[in-house]
Design a protein. Structure first.
Ligand SMILES: Cc1cc2nc3c(=O)[nH]c(=O)nc-3n(C[C@H](O)[C@H](O)[C@H](O)COP(=O)(O)OP(=O)(O)OC[C@H]3O[C@@H](n4cnc5c(N)ncnc54)[C@H](O)[C@@H]3O)c2cc1C
Ligand code: SF4
Length: 485
């Protein structure tokens, strides 16, 4: 098993005091620390991580990012298999590295369409932080995307090579169809190889996608940082209106450490569970757990071959994303796949004339979909099937496909399957200006406990149809700077 030069054992830190205690080492925590370490006030930092530290080589050796199965860590009474990684680096290990920004309208759903909630800041406020997060991950992308998602800087890396269907659609729909932005390197970096489209990104054989192991080691091996793996945080202890200490379990024993600033980044199921176990239940703690809804479609083409792009997903189309329909049905983002999800076609000469599309639709968070505690104190997820808003959005986007694909010779379009999960748990500790309706404020600081910051996708007030992690990274940089600069 890999180790860090900053690694510490639970017994060595028990009872000690740190200026900043960070819970979890995934996207939220990693990007927060990336910024926080630039500010003297951050001081000595302790990172408590439930899982092990496993290098890319360790993971490759047994084909697993972690030995802790997500479903073993909570009781699931909802219809979805919530998917995440418990381990050093969290979701940076298992993610597929798709990195679209959120759409400007995603932040203003209530004011624009009377649905869901507004975020306490807008796209323009987050834009410079998107650029910083993109630089950290060396995102490859198509600068033409600025037409839909305005940008103040070019992408750090050039775009991937689109497949032939994507190149045709990009020419025909220059305002809506773009090459996929991604943290799968187009060009080699100092620590990553170039993506070569071998299409198994959950554990990339050539280490092309951004992970904590290849992109955040300066942070986790910084001289001010200590990292304690195998430390499952159980609860926070409060006194006099602030958090004083954190209790964790390691090797079957309980320990505690004290601190001044606490950063909670334990994912959208385990962060609320930690607060609930601590009796910190003011506001909608645990409520509104959600993710987008996805369906898969196969487009049978007539005379155009697919699968000649340079990465696993090569195109994004915004033709079904925004409009007045969002008062009653969700935005849909169309992902154009450069992988043969439904096999090759059997007809001679037509083997590659198939185009898989994933339609991802925003859903409206409901407070009845929630993280609560089981009798033994473990996290327990309750909830129902995706809502009408998402289902109607998927139907609408499917009906729009003939028009969106009109520049391609389409033989027929088949609706293939519903995806069991998008692997994007979000929204159980939402941010907002009203303490009665939100757990943290616009700076991600707890409304009542002012030395507690929550990072990660748990703070999302609404869903978006876009993948969450770039937005998590940008928001974490913003939160750290507003608190510590
Ligand atoms: C298969 C898969 C593919 C994905 N692909 C994409 C993609 O292409 N694009 C995208 O944007 N997103 C993708 N995601 C989603 C992405 O992983 C999450 O959005 C992101 O990781 C959320 O960041 P976070 O900081 O909230 O949580 P995480 O990154 O999960 O970090 C949480 C951390 O806390 C630790 N932890 C949890 N509980 C405790 C505890 N009690 N004590 C101590 N530590 C704890 C965990 O081990 C982990 O290190 C994918 C996810 C999966 C599972
Ligand atoms: S497409 Fe292949 S090379 Fe590229 S990130 Fe995924 S697994 Fe790695």
């Amino acid at each position: 098993m890999a180790s860090l030069r900053t690694q510490v054992r639970a017994a060595d830190i028990a009872g000690r005091h740190f200026d900043t205690v960070v819970i979890g080492s995934g996207f939220g925590s990693g990007f927060f620390l990336h910024e926080a370490l630039r500010h003297a006030r951050t001081g000595r930092v302790l990172v408590l991580e439930w899982g092990d530290i496993r290098s890319h080589a360790d993971q490759w050796a047994d084909g697993r990012q972690t030995h802790i199965a997500p479903e073993s860590t909570y009781a699931n009474e909802s219809p979805r298999p919530w998917n995440f990684t418990i381990g050093f680096g969290g979701g940076t290990n298992c993610w597929f590295a798709q990195t679209p920004r959120f759409h400007p309208t995603d932040f203003r759903l209530r004011s624009l369409y009377g649905a869901g909630r507004d975020w306490p800041f807008d796209y323009a406020e987050l834009e410079p932080f998107y650029c910083e997060a993109e630089d950290i991950m060396a995102i490859s992308g198509d600068d033409a995307m600025g037409r839909v998602l305005p940008r103040s800087k070019p992408f750090p890396q050039p775009p991937h090579i689109p497949s032939t269907p994507d190149a045709r659609l990009k020419r025909a729909r220059p305002e809506q169809h773009f090459v996929m932005p991604t943290a799968r390197a187009r060009q080699a970096t100092d620590t990553r190889g170039p993506c070569c489209a071998n299409l198994r990104c959950s554990l990339c054989p050539v280490d092309a996608k951004f992970t904590a192991n290849n992109g955040l080691m300066d942070v986790f091996q910084h001289p001010s940082v200590s990292v304690c793996p195998g430390a499952e945080v159980l609860s926070l202890e409060t006194q006099g209106g602030v958090v004083r200490s954190v209790v964790f379990r390691s090797g079957g024993q309980e320990y505690s450490v004290n601190g001044d600033l606490f950063v909670l980044g334990a994912n959208a199921i385990h962060s609320p569970a930690i607060l609930l176990r601590s009796g910190i239940d003011r506001g909608p703690v645990g409520k509104g757990l959600h993710e987008a809804y996805g369906i898969e479609v196969e487009v049978l083409l007539d005379g155009v071959d697919n699968f000649d792009g340079s990465t696993i997903t090569t195109g994004l189309d915004y033709g079904a994303y925004d409009g007045a329909f969002r008062s009653t049905s969700g935005a849909a983002l169309l992902y154009f796949e450069n992988r043969w999800k439904f096999g090759f076609r059997p007809e001679p000469g037509k083997w590659r004339q198939t185009l898989p599309i994933v339609i991802v639709v925003e859903d409206l968070p409901r407070d009845s979909d929630a993280v609560v505690l089981a009798a033994d104190g473990r996290a327990r997820v309750v909830g129902k099937e995706p809502g009408r808003y998402a289902l109607d959005g998927a139907d609408r986007a499917f009906e729009q496909l003939p028009e969106i694909l009109s520049a391609l010779p389409v033989e027929r379009i088949e609706r293939r399957l519903v995806r069991p999960t998008e692997s994007h748990l979000q929204g159980s500790l939402r941010m907002g200006t009203d303490p009665a309706d939100a757990v943290v404020d616009a700076g991600q600081v707890h409304h009542a406990l002012r030395n507690l910051v929550v990072v990660g996708s748990s703070v999302f007030p609404t869903c978006s149809a876009s993948n969450p992690s770039l937005t998590v990274g940008a928001m974490s940089i913003r939160a750290a700077r507003s608190l510590l600069a």
